[in-house]
Design a protein around this ligand. Structure first.
Ligand code: SF4
Length: 246
């Protein structure tokens, strides 16, 4: 990253900017060196809409883990058509997948370590490739989503991938996300209408019931403090416990 960028100064300059203005600012500050990592979930669809409106210089990519639900592929297609954009799709390394699945196709059910191994190969390593040589990445994290995300700042230094992480929706509520989607007719994953609040790989995601935590449907067999897949590790968070988050 350009060492003239001072994170405190950047945070100060970003104070009071709304999500769309933040995206515009980053697109200007880091031309061709800021990317939007989209899981195609509701928050990321909001950000995609804003990028298409106000900051089209920002490249959008998604990770195909090989275990995604069909509805996620459908929304990738729909989003490409709706906005007339390319969405870059990154895949895991084939040799690593073969080595991983030698433990069985559902190794992630065998324990937290195996689950993190799977997330590392299918998500973290492809993300690392996508972020190489970037100055900043944008993601749809919100503080309200889970205990592991309560501490996030809108502008953070990402120590795991060594670049700035921008979370323009950090202080948005679920209601704000859905109001935006309805107002702007943003395409969204059909699973959201079937009770899925957070969507990842098919075998590790389920619908949630009334009153459940927003991320209760992810790796529901694990404790809440472990429910991250390694994309959003935060060493400053008391919840991190050295775990990789996503
Ligand atoms: S969410 Fe599940 S299937 Fe997907 S990478 Fe993580 S452990 Fe593997």
């Amino acid at each position: 990253m350009d060492d003239r960028i001072n994170l405190d100064e950047l945070r100060f300059e970003c104070r009071g900017l709304d999500a769309q203005a933040l995206l515009q600012k980053f697109a200007v500050l880091f031309p061709e060196r800021v990317v939007l990592a989209s899981s195609m979930a509701a928050e990321d669809q909001v950000l995609t809409d804003m990028v298409c409106r106000a900051a089209p210089q920002i490249e959008i990519f998604t990770l195909d883990t090989g275990r995604l639900p069909q509805e996620t592929y459908d929304v990738i297609e729909e989003t490409r058509r709706h906005y007339g954009i390319e969405i870059r799709v990154l895949f895991p390394d084939a040799a690593q997948i073969e080595q991983l699945t030698a433990q069985g196709p559902n190794l992630f059910r065998n324990g937290i370590e195996q689950r993190k191994q799977c997330c590392n190969v299918r998500k973290v390593q492809p993300l690392r490739r996508a972020l190489a040589n970037m100055d900043a990445w944008v993601c749809g994290l919100r503080r309200e989503q889970s205990p592991t995300r309560e501490q996030i700042d809108i502008v953070q230094w990402d120590r795991q991938f060594d670049l700035i992480k921008l979370s323009p929706l950090a202080d948005w509520t679920t209601e704000q996300v859905w109001n935006y989607i309805r107002l702007h007719r943003v395409p969204y994953n059909a699973l959201h209408d079937r009770g899925y609040s957070s969507i990842s790989c098919a075998p590790c995601t389920r619908a949630i019931g009334a009153g459940e935590d927003l991320r209760a449907g992810r790796w529901w067999w694990e404790m809440p403090e472990h429910k991250e897949c390694g994309l959003h590790f935060n060493e400053d968070s008391a919840m991190a416990e050295g775990a990789a988050r996503g």
